[in-house]
Design a protein around this ligand. Structure first.
Ligand code: PEP
Length: 252
């Protein structure tokens, strides 16, 4: 992230929005006045990356892939290479999302090699980590996230952001307390600094919406947000983006 910018707004569309809705969405983006203080990226379904990229190439919003394979090419039917993402105009890739970990059995070792391949292809990585409700209730959340990071971080990484997304918060409307978010983000930053000597940005993800965004952005060590459900409507996505701009301007 550039020094003069310290807020990131990412939109994970998951398996949502077809061509017609993407076209409608981008019409609203073209009417909006973007800020050069914010980094923003939309992660559409793979099949529409090219389409979205062509529609917004002249706007200050990047496009990213929701995953990539750990090999750059080969006999991997149905998979997407980091190199293809880069060639299609992606700047970022999301890795280790809990839906991939749970539904597609992606483990830490595999996520680490995906991240390494992505970095070798000059993609910027948003690495998702998050604990289950059981981990949280047993008081093991910090320890669990520390292990995920330790096992997933590639060697000599660059251009990598961590998204803290508690599994129990994704799509549920439940969010951790401000204290829990602050504690986790600060723990992640300290831990990454300890093991890699690098300062890292940490985004919060999990049920972020137009109502709670203002409070979430006020939390210490929140460098931005990764938004799922609330990023599917241009109006809500832009309201969240505007809240980030306002937050930066009031905290300057
Ligand atoms: C996500 O899936 O990355 C996410 C944060 O989803 P939601 O905002 O819908 O909870």
């Amino acid at each position: 992230m550039r020094n003069d910018i310290h807020m990131f707004v990412a939109a994970n569309w998951k398996m949502n929005l077809d061509k017609k809705s993407i076209s409608e969405f981008t019409k609203s983006l073209h009417k909006f006045k973007f800020s050069n203080q914010i980094n923003s990226c939309i992660f559409p379904p793979f099949i529409y990356i090219d389409y979205l990229h062509d529609l917004i190439y002249n706007l200050p919003i990047s496009v990213g892939g929701q995953n990539c394979h750990f090999k750059s090419s080969g006999a991997y039917t149905g998979e997407i290479s980091a190199y293809f993402l880069k060639e299609t105009g992606c700047e970022y890739v999301l890795l280790g999302h809990s839906e991939r970990r749970i539904l597609n059995n992606e483990n830490n070792a595999e996520i680490k090699s995906r991240a390494q391949t992505a970095i070798n292809s000059n993609l910027k990585v948003i690495l998702c980590v998050g604990e289950s409700l059981t981990n949280r209730e047993e008081g093991k959340a910090l320890e669990y996230i520390e292990k995920q990071i330790n096992d997933c971080l590639p060697n000599n990484f660059k251009n990598l952001i961590i998204a803290y997304e508690p599994i129990w918060s994704i799509g549920t409307g439940k969010i951790p307390s401000a204290f829990e978010i602050q504690e986790m983000h600060s723990h992640i930053k300290k831990f990454v600094l300890k093991i890699s000597n690098k300062n890292i940005d940490v985004l919060y993800g999990g049920s972020v919406n137009t109502k709670n965004i203002k409070e979430i952005l006020k939390i210490t060590n929140v460098d931005g947000v990764l938004v799922g459900g609330a990023s599917l409507k241009a109006k809500d996505f832009l309201a969240i983006y505007s809240a980030a701009v306002k937050h930066l301007n009031t905290s300057l």
